[in-house]
Every structure is written in structure tokens, then in C-alpha cells.
Design a protein around this ligand. Structure first.
Ligand SMILES: Cc1cc2nc3c(=O)[nH]c(=O)nc-3n(C[C@H](O)[C@H](O)[C@H](O)COP(=O)(O)OP(=O)(O)OC[C@H]3O[C@@H](n4cnc5c(N)ncnc54)[C@H](O)[C@@H]3O)c2cc1C
Length: 551
């Protein structure tokens, strides 16, 4: 520590790795913090720590929405919290740029010790349509979105008569047979099946819940016997487990599988794959599959006083030489070890090499059963479930959270599932959509409430002509728009459209279109001319001769 100067320690990330680094530093450097010799800062997008192992229970509502999160300010009272998004990290100068907040200025933070604990990110790259149509499952918002989405699907199915649409609404697909996928599908299955009893027009036999897994047996992290137990149990409860099956893409109406098959669904959750955090991906330091390589003391080689922990770091266990897996158990221990080593380097004492053997692995399967391997002992069913609950209740940070969750769990044993749908999101005015080749985008006679702009791919506009059947009117490509005639004329679609190739489009709703057209005269003029062309008053270059009409 430099005399008469405050030493600044900055932690990036408010997950298990970051928060446990701060907690341990607060304990180890209590005296220095009190004397103002040390300052600890933590930057996180959210002002709370998410207890991810319990997220699946938010889906079923067996614990309260806010009970899986704990406020960082209360957990680490002597740490300065910056609730901002990190935009860039300069490792050489240990300088971090934070996005502008309420004002328009970015914030620059410099420090003497930098601990990177930014976790990994959901990555849908390379799978067409997943960004637009799949639900991720990592944060509290994701679990809430899934719960609301599932309730919405049941509400719609209760009044929908068209059979294909009804099938899609009552089919729920989860991709990924690891812990998070299995726990999510178990809770989702329990929830939709019990919630559906409150819907007068939905029969239990109509509900289909599917788990897609790329391997030959789910839960590859567990011993075979436990994984087989879990797989059989899920199947007994009505989950259709599709092994050796990968999710290849998605549309708004279907999950597209690697073998070319499609499953009609309006609810697709993907728990795989995870990619590097985008801020970490930009760093020039050595990485392995996107994870920052550290030495045994958790320092980033080649950079002075820079440390990395948690899912964003590749840390070799000093005892076994194996890479530490991306789990909360490890992130907590790595955070503690990094804090001890930061304190040791400030005091000039010896640093500790990281080594940790996981105490066990546990996965909840809903309905009071789970699988667990603890200290080499294999458990399944109710006993494993009881252990799972006890361990997680103990690990949950903060006494108030422990009490809330214990009460929720007790009430859940006695009361039926809550099926209230929280509509917290503001109306969407613009969204991206993906369509596979040959997919209908809308049909003649549909209500016309969206305008579409083609980003990539080709679309065909066609119309039913008496005596001629379906007649193609025009082909449209990137930069073209369609859907404007019904939208601007405020009537039903006068033609159908279908994608000729895989296509990505931007869809803009009526309200946003009205706002744009009323404030931008050149845009109004453009659509005026386009309407004239497409309604046949003026020739259009890409229309098919002989028949003229719009959409
Ligand atoms: C559904 C689910 C269930 C799981 N169940 C278990 C389990 O049962 N047992 C177990 O051991 N592990 C489990 N895990 C894994 C475990 O949660 C992770 O390994 C652990 O959270 C990693 O901690 P971390 O601190 O490295 O990263 P994270 O917890 O991901 O934290 C990263 C932090 O960085 C912040 N951040 C990221 N980018 C930015 C940015 N640009 N600006 C500002 N802040 C940013 C995030 O907001 C977050 O606070 C589960 C994971 C999931 C998703």
C-alpha cells in the first residue's frame, strides 16, 4: 500500500465471483477500509446478485419473484457500487469505461487492482432465428419472461380454435439437457400441467413438453445411474426427451431440429450455448475458448495487478491440474481466493494457489424430487430433493431471503400454482423476425397491423385470382418493404406473402408507423408513391405483368 494514498480495488461483475471477492476483501481489509487507506468498488449492470440455481423455481412460482436476488449494497456495505454497464476495459492502465447513465457522460474508473468477474453470456450466434424467437435462461428477467410467456400461451390456447396454432401454443420446448435445461424443463412441465387445470378449454392430453439434448443421456455431469434416474422420472411426468437431437434454428411458430424436423411451438427456451461476455471478448489477453487464462494465483499473466475469476476465467486447479468448471461453487471459492491474494500482494505476504474440490452436484427435478451426488454418495428422489432445498436455503445470501424462501416453499406445498400474468413490458413497436424458406408470413384476409422491412432474403407476394388460383405478384428482396397497403389503408390483407429463402425482417407496428409518418413528411411521400405503384396506378419494376395489387 502506498502511504498517504488510497489504494483502489475495482471488481467488475456482481455475480458470485465478484460479490464474494468484495465480501472477502471487506473482511480481510476491515482496518484499512476504516482508515480510508483502501477503497473497494464494484461495477455491475444490476444492483443485485442473482442466485441462479433457484431461477427455475421462479418459472413455477414456487418462490417469490424477488427471492432469488439479493441487493449488493446490503451484502457488501463497505463497497462502492457502480450500477452501470461496462463498455471497455484497458488492461494495461487498469482503466474501465462505464456507459453513460442518466446524463450523457461516460464514466472512467482507474484502479490499483482490477478483478474481472463478468461471467459468460447467452450466445445464439450461428443458429438462425434464435435471437428473434428463443427465450434465454440466465437472468431473473429471463425466468420471469418465460413464466409470463407460458401463461400467455395457455390464455391464447384456451380461446384458439385453429388446430396448428393451438398445437404450437400448447407445445413447450427446452433445448439443453445440462443442469439448467433439465431444471427449467422440470419446473416448466410441472407448472403448465398444473396451471392448465384452471383453463376450461385445455385438456391435459393436449400439453406437450419437449427436452432436446445433443447427447445420448441427459445430465452428462452426473454419474450414469443418476442421469438415467432423472431421465426416466422426467419421461414419467410427461416430458418428451429427444436425445441426440440439436436445435438448429427457430421461427415464431416452430423449433427447427438438426435432422430437418420441425416441432410446432410458440415457446422455445434455449439454455445452450453460452459464449464469452462481449466485453471480455474484446480483451487482448490470452484466452481459451473465450475464457481469460489465469495463473494459479488467479492473476492474468502479462498484466500487472489484474485478476480474473468465475465463468469468464479459465483457472487450472493447483491440486488436480484440471480446469475449474463454470459453477457457482467454484466462482465463490475463486472470488475468495482472489481477495486473499489481492490482500496478500498489498501486504507483501505469500499468495495462495487456487484448489477446490466440488462438494457435490445436485439437480432439482420438480415435484419434490431431485438427484444429487454429495461426497461421492449418490442420492435420488425425495431425500435428494430435501438435501437440495436445505443446501440452497443455507447458501442463499442474507437471512431475510432465507426466511422468505422457506415461507414460500411451505406455502407452495399447500396452495395451488399462481397463474397471474404480469404484463410489465411496454408495447413492442419494432421487432426482428426470422422466417424459413417457404414459410407464410401473412395471408390474404388477415388483419394488417404490421409493416415489414426485409433485411436479408427474398419474399414473394401473391394473390388468389378467380379461375387462376394463387398468382405471384412480385418478388421482394433486401431493402424492400411489404404490408403497407393493409396497414395504411386500415383494412385486411389484400394479398399473401411467403418467404422464398431464409429471411430476416424488421416488423414495425401500426402505432410506430403512424408516429413516423406523421412526423417525417419525406417518408409519407415515399409511402404515398409506393401505394400508387402497388395499387396499380403506376408501374412497379419488380411486379409480375398482368396482375397488380398490393399487400
Ligand atoms: C439457470 C442456471 C442454473 C444454475 N444452477 C447452478 C447450480 O445449481 N449450481 C452451481 O454451482 N452453478 C449453477 N449455475 C452456474 C452458476 O450460476 C454460474 O457458474 C455462476 O453464476 C458464475 O458466477 P460469475 O460471477 O462468474 O458470473 P455471473 O453470475 O454470470 O455474473 C456476472 C456478472 O457480471 C455482470 N456483467 C456482465 N457483463 C456486464 C457489463 N458489460 N457491464 C456490467 N455488468 C456486467 C452481470 O450483470 C453479473 O452481475 C447455474 C446457472 C444458470 C444460468
Amino acid at each position: 500500500m502506498t502511504p498517504n494514498r488510497t489504494t483502489r480495488i475495482l471488481i467488475l461483475g456482481g455475480g458470485f465471483g465478484g460479490v464474494y471477492t468484495a465480501l472477502t476483501l471487506e473482511k480481510l481489509l476491515k482496518r484499512e477500509l476504516r482508515r480510508g487507506e483502501i477503497e473497494i468498488g464494484l461495477v455491475s449492470r444490476d444492483n443485485y446478485l442473482t442466485f441462479q440455481p433457484m431461477l427455475p423455481e421462479v418459472v413455477s412460482g414456487s418462490i417469490g419473484i424477488l427471492d432469488t436476488i439479493a441487493p449488493i449494497r446490503r451484502l457488501c456495505p463497505r463497497t462502492n457500487l457502480y450500477t452501470r454497464v461496462i463498455e471497455a476495459i484497458d488492461l494495461d492502465r487498469r482503466r474501465v469505461t462505464l456507459a453513460a447513465g442518466v446524463g450523457s457522460r461516460q464514466l472512467e474508473l482507474e484502479c490499483d487492482h482490477l478483478v474481472i468477474a463478468l461471467g459468460n453470456a447467452t450466445s445464439f450466434a450461428g443458429q438462425a432465428g434464435l435471437v428473434e424467437h428463443a427465450l434465454p435462461f440466465k437472468y431473473l428477467g429471463d425466468a420471469l419472461a418465460l413464466r409470463n410467456h407460458a401463461i400467455h400461451a395457455l390464455e391464447e390456447a384456451d380461446i384458439e380454435r385453429e388446430p396448428t396454432c393451438r398445437t404450437g401454443l400448447l407445445t413447450f420446448v427446452v433445448a439443453g439437457g445440462g443442469f439448467s435445461g433439465v431444471e427449467a424443463v422440470a419446473e416448466l412441465n410441472d407448472f403448465v400441467r398444473s396451471a392448465a387445470r384452471s383453463f376450461r378449454n385445455i385438456g391435459p392430453e393436449e400439453i406437450r413438453v419437449v427436452l432436446l439434448h445433443a447427447g445420448g443421456l441427459i445430465l452428462p455431469e452426473l454419474p450414469k445411474s443418476l442421469a438415467e434416474f432423472a431421465q426416466k422420472l422426467l419421461m414419467k411426468r410427461g416430458v418428451e426427451v429427444r436425445l441426440n437431437t440439436r436445435l438448429a434454428g427457430a421461427t415464431a411458430e416452430a423449433a427447427l431440429l438438426s435432422a430437418g424436423e420441425r416441432i410446432e411451438t410458440r415457446t422455445l427456451v434455449s439454455t445452450v450455448p453460452s459464449g464469452p461476455n462481449p466485453v471480455v471478448a474484446l480483451l487482448a489477453c490470452p484466452k481459451d475458448k473465450g475464457r481469460i487464462v489465469t495463473n494459479c494465483h488467479l492473476e492474468v499473466p502479462g498484466y500487472s495487478r489484474v485478476w480474473a475469476v468465475g465463468d469468464c476465467a479459465l483457472i487450472m486447479d493447483a491440486r488436480t491440474g484440471d480446469p475449474s468448471p463454470p459453477t457457482a461453487q467454484h466462482a465463490i471459492r475463486e472470488g475468495r481466493c482472489a481477495a486473499e491474494n489481492v490482500a496478500a500482494s498489498l501486504r507483501g505476504t505469500a499468495k495462495r494457489a487456487f484448489a477446490f474440490t466440488a462438494l457435490g452436484k445436485m439437480g432439482s427435478l420438480g415435484h419434490r424430487s431431485a438427484v444429487a451426488e454429495v461426497f461421492g454418495l449418490k442420492l435420488s428422489g425425495f431425500l435428494a430433493w430435501w438435501l437440495w432445498r436445505t443446501v440452497y436455503l443455507m447458501k442463499l445470501p442474507g437471512l431475510d431471503r432465507k426466511i422468505r424462501v422457506a415461507v414460500d416453499w411451505t406455502l407452495d406445498l399447500l396452495l395451488p400454482s399462481d397463474i397471474v400474468q404480469l404484463k410489465t413490458d411496454r408495447a413492442v413497436s419494432i421487432r426482428r423476425e426470422h422466417f424459413e424458406a417457404g414459410q407464410t408470413i401473412f395471408q390474404e384476409g388477415d388483419h394488417g397491423d404490421w409493416l415489414y422491412l426485409i433485411e436479408t432474403g427474398e419474399v414473394e407476394v401473391s394473390k388468389r385470382v378467380p379461375g387462376q388460383g394463387e398468382v405471384a405478384l412480385r418478388r421482394l428482396g433486401p431493402g424492400d418493404c411489404f404490408g403497407e397497403i393493409a396497414l395504411l389503408g386500415n383494412h385486411v390483407r389484400t394479398a399473401s406473402t411467403r418467404s422464398l429463402t431464409s429471411a430476416h425482417v424488421l416488423a414495425i407496428d401500426r402505432e410506430a408507423c403512424d408516429a413516423l409518418l406523421s412526423t417525417l413528411p419525406p417518408l409519407r411521400d415515399f409511402f404515398g408513391r409506393l401505394l400508387e405503384e402497388r395499387m396499380g396506378m403506376r408501374p412497379e419494376s419488380n411486379s409480375v405483368a398482368g396482375v397488380s395489387n398490393g399487400v
